[in-house]
Design a protein around this ligand. Structure first.
Ligand code: TYD
Ligand code: MG
Length: 453
């Protein structure tokens, strides 16, 4: 038997060391380095031994490389297709990360059941009965979907050779283990090795593989960063577990843009695609409430109208509190300072709470002006007309700055029945193209004047 060999890996970033040490030199985390046994046995390929012929790749002229085979597989799920950049690319490896319980398994099972292709769903987490029970709740049962509860990659590949699926889903990469290595499932070396085997399989057969991966407390895909480098696409499934909306983003995509985002609603019967997000993110009550303002934001290529709520009240205890949910807290402090200095509002002794409704986080500077409006509206307790929305950035001098693709935002506002939109004076837009009333402002002061007289 070959001599067993062990190395030390940082469980946080995957750095490798010859001996144990307290702190990882590369990610600076303490106490994350652990010993893992690796056996330098001959590597087992994903295929049963003799069928692996020695294929050596040859260079080809770029003009002669055929791209025909790259036709994408339609997942029958518009949100996922959009995030992937138009569907699954044959031979690609996609990693779907997310916190436990967010709905990764539900999403993938739902897609496996919808697909018109032969799909193999490999689960190391649930029993076949549990999966069937879930499947019955979310989709009509499909003849094309195969379930395998197995964690050893060699056994998985044996089954793959038999069934010859068009798509393989692995739930989850942390439960897999390979015979080539002796450390436990979920360790860095196992994840790296099993992922490498799957990549080899995907590239050699042109079968797309989707890996589900867990996420650690600090938001990294558990285990190795190296996994993110190895795969073609990294998708992140996120959302507040107490809210029904879930967002699917691409953090990395070798075959498309990372700007796109998909929105789902978690229902009793699985995940529903939300194709008109703006309508659901705006509350429907007719009552005019102070402290709310609507912002015309963009997430990727997609316009999104979101409601911002602010509550400004006198601080009861010494230091005033500032808190923001779904919006950058530092940016909120900056905006409060701008309002104090440039518009003359005394907010220094007030508690300010800000909330983006729907439990989603959007990172778009165009939200600034709506934040200003919501804060001021709550401060003086005068409601803002519900048919008015905002799209502009606020600068440190109190100037209202233009934002990207303002026309698209205006069109979305118009489509949803808003009667006016406030934008920066410096935006260049074609005249008389819109039915909506466009209000142009240059300074925060003008907005105050416009809204509250
Ligand atoms: P799951 O897909 O198991 O999460 P993950 O694989 O990311 O850990 O989803 C679990 C949650 O989803 C669970 O808390 C219940 C909820 N859920 C629904 O609300 N409706 C459904 O139809 C299903 C299947 C799950
Ligand atoms: Mg799961």
């Amino acid at each position: 038997m070959a001599k067993t060999k062990s190395t030390f890996f940082c469980q946080n970033c995957g750095a490798q060391y010859a001996k144990w040490q307290g702190q990882c030199n590369s990610c600076k985390e303490w106490n994350t380095i652990a010993e893992e046994i690796i056996q330098k046995a001959e590597k087992v390929s994903w295929k049963s031994a003799e069928s692996t012929s020695k294929r050596v790749a040859k260079p080809q002229r770029i003009s002669e490389i055929s791209t025909q085979a790259e036709a994408r597989l339609n997942t029958k799920n518009n949100e996922l297709n959009r995030v992937l950049g138009g569907g699954l690319v044959p031979g690609s490896l996609t990693l779907l990360g997310g916190e436990p319980g967010i709905g990764k398994s539900t999403l993938m099972l739902q897609i496996a059941l919808q697909l018109p292709y032969k799909t193999l769903y490999v689960s190391g987490e649930e029993s076949a009965q549990q999966i069937k029970m879930r499947a019955e709740r979310i989709q009509p049962i499909s003849e094309n979907c195969f379930i395998l509860t197995e964690t050893k990659t060699q056994n998985i590949f044996r089954n793959i050779e038999e069934i010859e699926p068009d798509i393989v889903v692995i739930d989850s990469i942390q439960t897999l283990h390979t015979d080539a290595i002796e450390s436990t499932a979920g360790s860095i070396s196992q994840i790296r090795e099993t992922a490498a085997e799957l990549i080899k399989f995907a590239k050699e057969t042109g079968t797309p593989v989707i890996l589900i991966g867990h996420i650690t407390k600090d938001g990294n895909i558990a285990g190795p960063k190296i996994l993110e480098h190895m795969v073609d696409t990294v998708l992140q499934f996120e959302g507040d577990r107490n809210h029904i909306y879930r967002i699917l983003r691409a953090n990395k995509n070798r075959f498309g843009s990372t700007n796109e985002l998909g929105i789902y609603e978690m229902q009793g019967s699985g995940l529903r695609e939300v194709s008109n997000p703006s309508e659901i993110l705006i509350s429907k009550n007719d009552e005019e409430l102070s402290g709310t303002a609507i912002s015309a934001t963009l997430e990727g290529m997609r316009p999104l109208m979101i409601e911002i709520q602010a509550l400004v009240s006198s601080a009861v205890y010494g230091t005033p509190q500032r808190s923001a949910t779904g919006y950058n807290a530092k940016r909120l402090n900056m905006i409060l300072a701008v309002l104090e200095k440039r518009a003359g509002f005394k907010l220094g002794a007030k508690d300010v709470f800000l909330n983006v409704t729907g439990g989603i986080t959007v990172d778009d500077p165009a939200m600034d002006l709506a934040v200003v409006a919501a804060v001021l509206s709550s401060n003086i307790d005068i409601a803002i007309d519900k048919r008015l929305c905002f799209a502009a950035e606020v600068g440190l001098a109190g100037e209202v700055r233009p934002v990207t693709r303002v026309e698209q935002r205006i069109l979305e506002a118009e489509k949803l029945g808003f009667t006016s939109i406030v934008i920066s004076k410096y935006c260049k837009i074609p005249k008389n193209n819109f039915n909506i009333n466009i209000i142009k402002v240059a300074k925060v002061h003008d907005v105050v004047h416009h809204l509250f007289g």
